[in-house]
Design a protein around this ligand. Structure first.
Ligand code: NI
Length: 271
């Protein structure tokens, strides 16, 4: 048995596997990682985020035991009423990388979207234990289906194609040497031609709330829909977080109003 209580083991099993899979559809993450290394920095993760469907064999409650087995404990809960999302964050005593796990309350969407998502969920085995790198567990949607979901919930459309995998990794800015302030990170990224998510401002949050975050816009990857149509759609993005002391302790939570805008890093725009 691997000793999952050891932070080093977690890094080399759970997060490494996720990172490999994430890089496969997020070429900018590899390039940005190398950019920081070429600046003499060692990159550490602040958190890794996942998306899933509520009320399903892959809902938050079904996936949570994997995190608990790895030694994570629930830290806080978050609601995003407009996007119809619920989320929980998890922390680890020996590993500074946190986990942000959100789920789509899809039964609050239109009948149309519910019908589509219910068809995906029906393809899941209620007796199987699913994992965070399982990817899409249902047949590829048609392009029309994807667009119908996207018109109501970009999150739902993203899930329909990508499924269970890391939605984004996040560089822990505090641990960088020269770039230990988010504004410096933003400047470096912009200087190197990366497009950042402007929703709610490039830098979301503040020192007062304990957390400042920025993110790139998701890469676009060409996929083959089940109708035979090939389209370039948003995959994953890279995030950057700087944390501050709140009441004498480094803030470990998430700020709902900032996260709400970070979710929009996978929006299709001209799609
Ligand atoms: Ni995040």
């Amino acid at each position: 048995m691997l000793n999952f209580q050891d932070g080093h083991s977690i890094h080399h099993t759970f997060f490494d596997e996720l990172w490999q899979q994430y890089q496969g559809i997020t070429p900018q993450a590899t390039r940005i990682h190398h950019l920081f290394e070429s600046e003499g920095e060692r990159v550490e993760n602040d958190h890794v985020a996942f998306r899933t469907f509520a009320n399903s064999p892959i809902d938050l409650n079904s996936l949570e035991p994997i995190l608990l087995d790895l030694g994570f404990s629930p830290f806080d809960e978050y609601s995003f009423s407009e996007k119809k999302l619920f989320a929980k964050s998890y922390v680890h005593s020996e590993c500074q990388t946190k986990v942000f796990l959100s789920e789509l309350l899809w039964q609050q969407l239109s009948d149309d979207s519910q019908t589509i998502i219910a068809r995906y969920i029906k393809q899941l085995d209620p007796n199987r234990a699913y994992g965070f790198t399982d990817g899409r567990l249902w047949g590829m949607p048609t392009y029309e289906e994807y667009c119908r979901l996207a018109s109501e919930s970009e999150y739902a459309a993203w899930m329909s194609v990508w499924g269970l995998r890391a939605n984004h990794f996040t560089i822990y800015v505090n641990q960088l040497n020269r770039y230990n302030e988010l504004a410096k990170v933003v400047e470096l990224l912009e200087k190197n031609g990366y497009s950042l998510n402007q929703q709610g401002g490039v830098i979301k949050g503040s020192e007062a709330v304990g957390l400042m975050q920025s993110s790139t816009l998701a890469d676009r990857v060409e996929v083959l829909f089940s109708c035979g149509k090939k389209e370039s759609i948003p995959s994953c993005y890279y995030e950057f977080a700087q944390r501050f002391n709140v009441n004498g302790e480094i803030y470990r939570g998430f700020v709902t109003s900032s996260a709400d805008k970070i979710f929009e890093s996978t929006h299709g725009g001209s799609n």
